[in-house]
Design a protein around this ligand. Structure first.
Ligand code: 2NL
Length: 342
């Protein structure tokens, strides 16, 4: 195109029209290149000035310069507007990677304790609690544990002043339950217990127990066996065998220990069950007449069965945890493996 024929006004209005649609700096830069860049339209026209005689060159060159300056001014003004807007507007960069949200989990002991409680509740048990600081009477005497029993050694319990101590089991809370309610009663008592043990893979100075107590007019060893068998199979699975083995506790007579078949070898015998095929999960028995009497019940009229289990031990067997200390270290790599949505 000959420079003499160029319509500067339509050039300018074309620029204005395109400028109007521009929202961001990179398109603004493209527009700048198109009109006033080195290879832009105005520069092309400047190159053609040499074809004109001096007078025309002066007039048209002046017009071109004026046009270039107007365009540059508007481009700069638009750039300022875009920058100011970017500062006040929240911009979302959809190309950035997302942030993974951190989801917490319940402690394995919480999960285990809740499962134990839920099973017993469906069997009609109420949940009761008692104090962690107890008297020697409720912790030992009332449970038929004699003064010369090794469990009462100062080395084995955390004694406080004036015959108080940290309870060594949840049983004292069950004596309190008997004193508070008349039979029939059907309760479980979960809670913290304390013994003066050094930490090792299977011992901790603080641990959790769940004890159960049922007292009514006609209670037999059959009630105990049926209840514990149902509980055990619901917690560990129907395929696990349950075995009752004679034992001794001062507060029950007769007493037994409850074993389940090993989940690793199915009862064949392996390293995890000490080659016996069985794993001990709790102690139980019929409540000793003297203990019923200490609870305020007439042993001629009422009988009871009771049982006790360690929550840590149950959780270790259920999840295959080899060391009790893992429950208290609060290592997220351990805790993070117990995601449940209950
Ligand atoms: C075990 C054994 C047991 C009980 C706890 C109990 C409570 C009262 C009366 C009679 Cl008030 N018995 N509790 C009975 C037998 C065994 O626990 O090895 N626990 C981890």
């Amino acid at each position: 195109m000959k420079i003499q024929n160029v319509d500067f006004d339509s050039y300018y209005s074309e620029f204005l029209k395109e400028l109007e649609n521009i929202e961001d700096l990179s398109s603004l830069n493209q527009l700048k290149g198109k009109f006033i860049g080195r290879k832009g339209k105005i520069n092309e026209l400047f190159k053609n000035l040499k074809d004109l005689e001096p007078q025309g060159r002066k007039v048209i060159g002046g017009k071109l310069n004026e046009l270039k300056e107007k365009i540059s001014f508007l481009l700069e003004k638009k750039a300022q507007e875009i920058k100011a807007r970017a500062q006040t507007e929240r911009t979302v960069d959809l190309s950035l990677p997302g942030k993974r949200s951190w989801c917490g989990s319940f402690h394995p002991l919480t999960i285990t304790l809740r499962q134990i409680i839920e099973i017993f509740q469906t069997l009609g048990f109420r949940v009761e609690e008692g104090p962690e600081i107890e008297t020697e009477y409720f912790n030992f005497e009332a449970l038929n544990i004699p003064a010369d029993h090794p469990a009462r050694d100062e080395q084995d319990s955390f004694y406080l002043e004036d015959n108080f101590l940290l309870r060594t089991h949840t049983s004292p809370a069950q004596i309190r339950v008997m004193q508070k309610y008349q039979p029939p009663i059907k309760v479980i008592v979960p809670g913290k217990c304390f013994r003066r043990d050094a930490f090792d893979a299977t011992h901790s100075p603080m641990f959790h127990q769940v004890e159960g107590l049922v007292v009514a007019e006609k209670i037999s060893m059959g009630d105990l066996k049926g209840t514990i068998q149902v509980f055990t199979k619901r917690l560990f699975g129907e395929e696990r065998e349950v075995r009752f083995r004679p034992s001794y506790f001062p507060f029950t007579e007769p007493s037994c220990e409850v074993d389940i078949s090993c989940g690793v070898c199915g009862g064949e015998g392996c390293r995890s069950c000490g080659y016996s095929g069985w794993l001990e999960i709790m102690g139980a028995g019929l409540v000793h007449p003297q203990v019923l009497r200490n609870g305020g019940y007439d042993p001629e009229r009422f009988r009871g069965f009771a049982f006790g289990m360690g929550v840590e031990r149950i959780a270790m067997l259920k999840y295959g945890i080899p060391d009790i200390r893992w429950f208290y270290n609060n290592d997220v790599r351990f805790l993070d493996q117990f995601k449940t949505f209950r």
